[in-house]
Write a protein that binds this ligand. Structure first.
Ligand SMILES: Nc1nc2c(c(=O)[nH]1)N[C@H]1C(S)=C(S)[C@@H](COP(=O)(O)OP(=O)(O)OC[C@H]3O[C@@H](n4cnc5c(N)ncnc54)[C@H](O)[C@@H]3O)O[C@H]1N2
Ligand code: MOO
Length: 396
């Protein structure tokens, strides 16, 4: 490997080191899905706040038979206590009356006026949700840097929390460079191709809480690229797809230098994605992604999305890696870490036939990436291998 090429881990560590989180804002919890809590959030109340019934039926004291003396409904608990031989009607989620020891479900009850008998004995504690089993007042509902998803925001609301402090949405500007790139419809000219990386990366970025701008494609001209990057000076993250390699028309590196950015790293021992570049200007991060569509996707997944998460204050920024038995034999790997596009079959992830870094059909058919360490030997089907699931930006 050339001395200037970083390992994946070195590049990811370096990225985490150079990202600057965005500022803070306090927002309604109901709007916080996809954000990461900027501080530990503690419950203001206990859930459930009292022992509650888990079923519709009768709250009973003693072994029965019982006399019904009232009702406990959701929002209208029974006032007072019940003594042995007494019962109340009760609904799912209603407060257990003082003195009640269990719940007789409606289906097992025989009722004659206010006299109640059970078809089956009611064990003490039967169908009771105990006070505080979910969480107690003061319990940590979200840790600093933990994602708030739909269930997380429901948990916070249940804990009596209405507002939460989070990092502001980063502004992400995505450029795509190349004289061959045309906007919109397929072109008839053999020298041009429809620009697709910008929209693809924008859709990927939008799986995180950020605001995305996608200006039209840029030509392979140093002044145009440098000016465009400069115009995006308010962006927290600039992503430039294409022009990252060593060709005579690969101008992103000189344009970044002209723009006054300091190149932090360039080239990572990974396949696809080798010409990946990271630079900083002030608090602004610039990622130069290789133009081959699969290379743009894989580096977007492994670097741009983690960068956005880091800006949002996330603790875990890398996509989640799980181990699954390989669904097929996998060949040995050369000097660069490989990210193999694969489909999840019942036997495990199976590599797609086409692994060219420009092959969009195979990329769009893939639902996971198999990670193959640099220099590793081939493995047989059934051997556990690291896998990244591509759904939801790779975050559970
Ligand atoms: N002599 C060398 N040549 C190349 C090397 C190398 O090390 N030495 N690296 C190769 C690798 S690996 C990659 S990856 C590519 C990346 O090159 P660039 O980042 O400079 O990308 P471009 O040359 O601009 O484009 C590559 C390819 O992708 C198409 N493309 C670009 N942008 C878009 C877009 N927005 N939408 C759709 N398709 C796009 C472009 O037309 C090219 O076909 O360099 C290798 N070369
Ligand atoms: O890194 Mo390139 O992405 O191998 O095609």
């Amino acid at each position: 490997m050339p001395a200037s090429m970083l390992t994946l881990e070195e590049a990811q560590t370096q990225l985490a080191r150079i990202v600057t989180p965005t500022g803070l804002e306090t927002i309604p919890v109901r709007d916080a899905s996809g954000r990461y809590s900027a501080a530990d959030v503690l419950a203001k109340r206990t859930q459930p706040p009292a022992d509650l019934s888990a079923m519709d039926g009768f709250a009973v004291a003693g072994a029965g038979p019982w006399t019904i003396v009232g009702e406990s409904r959701c929002g209208a608990p029974f006032a007072g206590s019940i003594a042995e031989g007494q019962a109340t009607r009760i609904s799912t989620g209603a407060v257990m009356p003082n003195g009640a020891e269990g719940v007789l479900i409606k289906e097992n009850a025989e009722l004659s006026g206010d006299d109640l008998i059970a078809q089956e004995p009611v064990a003490p504690g039967n169908h009771i949700r105990r006070k505080g089993f979910d969480f107690a007042q003061g319990a940590r509902l979200r840790a600093k840097g933990e994602r708030i998803g739909p269930a997380g925001l429901a948990l916070l609301l249940a804990g009596g929390i209405c507002e939460v402090t989070v990092h502001t949405r980063p502004l992400v500007t995505i450029f795509e460079c190349g004289d061959e790139l045309a906007e919109a419809e397929a072109t008839s000219n053999i020298g041009t191709i429809p620009a697709s990386n910008g929209a693809m990366l924008a859709a990927m970025c939008r799986t995180e809480a950020c605001t995305v701008a996608t200006p039209p494609p840029l030509p392979d001209r140093l002044d145009a690229i440098a000016r465009a990057i400069d115009d995006a000076r308010d962006s927290d993250l600039i992503i430039v797809s294409g022009g990252a390699s060593v060709g005579d028309h690969d101008l992103v590196r000189p344009a970044l230098e002209e723009f006054g950015a300091s190149i932090d790293f360039w080239r990572v021992a990974m396949k696809p994605g080798k010409p990946l570049m990271a630079a900083k200007r002030g608090r602004q991060l610039i990622l130069g992604l290789p133009g081959n569509p699969v290379s743009s996707y894989v580096t977007g997944y492994l670097f741009a999305l983690p960068a956005i998460r880091a800006m949002l204050g996330a603790t875990a920024i890398a996509p989640q890696c799980i181990h699954l038995p390989a669904g097929d034999d996998l060949p040995a790997v050369g000097a660069r870490r490989e990210f193999v596009r694969a489909r999840l079959e019942p036997s495990g992830p199976v590599p797609l036939d086409q692994q060219d870094s420009s092959g969009l059909a195979a990329l769009a058919a893939a639902d996971c990436l198999i990670e193959r360490p640099e220099g590793c030997a081939g493995v047989k089907a059934g051997t556990p291998v690291p896998v990244y699931l591509l759904g939801n930006g790779g975050i559970a």
